[in-house]
Design a protein around this ligand. Structure first.
Ligand SMILES: [Zn+2]
Length: 402
């Protein structure tokens, strides 16, 4: 499977100009292609194929109007078209209902004001990591890189990104060997919550680490500062940049935390189960912002790919399982439990239940994992958890999986 490795880039002044030109050219090629397809569609003509778009690009480069495209690696331009084609394929798949997750709209025009600018070089662009550690990009130059961790093998492509705060990154795609970890016994259900980031079926409660809370606090302060600045003033512009930087720092801190936690969970467990988050269903509720802020879907995505990478089992259970109101001791379903109810007593068996741990145990059970209500001891004599391919036939997961 393919994994990404990201590193900070420190281009020189001249390289930054060359990158800005390349971002601009990629954008123009993307937008030209999009316009061609939109115009054909409006005129009732057939869909302009990928091959046709590519041919039109080659021809455009010979015209006076678009001759300047020749100043940029042609691979970058072809990759801009590839992005457009992928955007169309995803859009069509979404219309046909073949895609998981929320519906996606048709491709949109790219703007130089977009928060993220990106270009991609594939292997045939002959980008190269030099012995001294710089990254050689055709028609850009030898760009300094901060190698924060080793790149495991030769990358098949690199995307150069400029984010909203003006930082540059290189994102390498690497074909990763599935390195299975030695088999281990524990299995864990995970309840993602608002009070704690995650609660595990063995009773562990995981809160956001201090570095993330500090970054979030700083962001709030910056936002407050911004709201006090007069509209149109220069100080407001400065404050806005500070907010953007603080946002980026929160996003980085959160991603680091998610990486640390997901790696630990996958390492220590043979199988993990989470509830499929009702992100779409909650999109219009007050909870939506918290869900967005906590970045749960990003975290769940990491669990899923790391499980695949290390030979673990990842199970997503249906989002209508009543995990918070079923007693994990006797299985009795009780009435609804509003968010402020942190503890409740089962009317049938009298067990005192911690809302979140109880939910985590139920998540594990619904996924077919054998966990006990107190502690994640796997009961002896229980068959190993179902393999990935089998989980789809599990009645509880099939019912709700989209
Ligand atoms: Zn009970």
């Amino acid at each position: 499977m393919q994994v990404r490795y990201n590193y900070r880039l420190y281009p020189t002044g001249g390289q930054r100009q060359a990158l800005a030109r390349a971002f601009g050219c990629a954008r123009v090629v993307y937008n030209d292609g999009l316009r061609a397809r939109q115009e054909a569609h409006a005129a009732g003509l057939p869909y302009v194929t990928d091959v046709e778009l590519s041919a039109r690009l080659t021809k455009a480069k010979t015209t006076l109007e678009r001759a300047w495209l020749g100043g940029v690696s042609s691979v970058v331009l072809q990759q801009a078209l590839a992005d457009l084609n992928a955007a169309y394929r995803n859009f069509f798949a979404s219309i046909r209902g073949e895609r998981r997750g929320p519906k996606i709209g048709p491709p949109r025009f790219r703007s130089r004001k977009d928060r993220r600018q990106a270009i991609r070089f594939t292997a045939n662009a002959r980008f190269k990591i030099l012995p001294g550690g710089k990254l050689r990009l055709p028609k850009i130059g030898d760009v300094p890189v901060r190698w924060s961790r080793p790149l495991p093998c030769r990358p098949s492509s690199v995307t150069v990104i400029q984010d909203s705060t003006g930082r540059y990154f290189a994102s390498f795609v690497v074909e990763s060997q599935v390195g299975e970890l030695p088999r281990t016994e524990p299995v864990t259900g995970i309840d993602l919550g608002l009070k704690h980031f995650a609660v595990l079926s063995d009773g562990t409660k995981v809160s956001s680490p201090r570095f993330l809370r500090r970054a979030e606090k700083n962001l709030k302060r910056r936002q407050r500062d911004l709201s006090r600045k007069r509209k149109g003033s220069r100080n407001r512009d400065k404050a806005r940049l500070k907010v953007a930087r603080a946002h980026a720092r929160v996003a980085d801190a959160r991603r680091n935390f998610h990486h640390q936690l997901s790696t630990t969970l996958i390492r220590e467990n043979q199988a993990v189960a989470v509830e499929d988050l009702a992100v779409r269903g909650l999109a219009r509720t007050r909870l939506a912002k918290s869900i967005h802020d906590a970045g749960w879907s990003g975290f769940v995505g990491m669990l899923e790919y790391k499980a695949l990478l290390y030979g673990r089992t990842f199970i997503r259970i249906g989002r209508f399982e009543p995990t918070s109101r079923t007693c994990s001791a006797c299985g009795t379903k009780d009435g609804p439990k509003p968010l402020h109810v942190r503890e409740w007593m089962c009317p049938a068996c009298g067990a005192r239940l911690d809302r979140d741990i109880n939910a985590a145990v139920n998540v594990a059970r619904a996924a077919g994992l054998a966990v006990t209500a107190c502690g994640a001891q796997v009961r002896p004599g229980v068959p190993p958890p179902a393999q990935r391919s089998e989980t789809g036939t599990h009645p509880k997961s099939r019912r709700w999986s989209a």
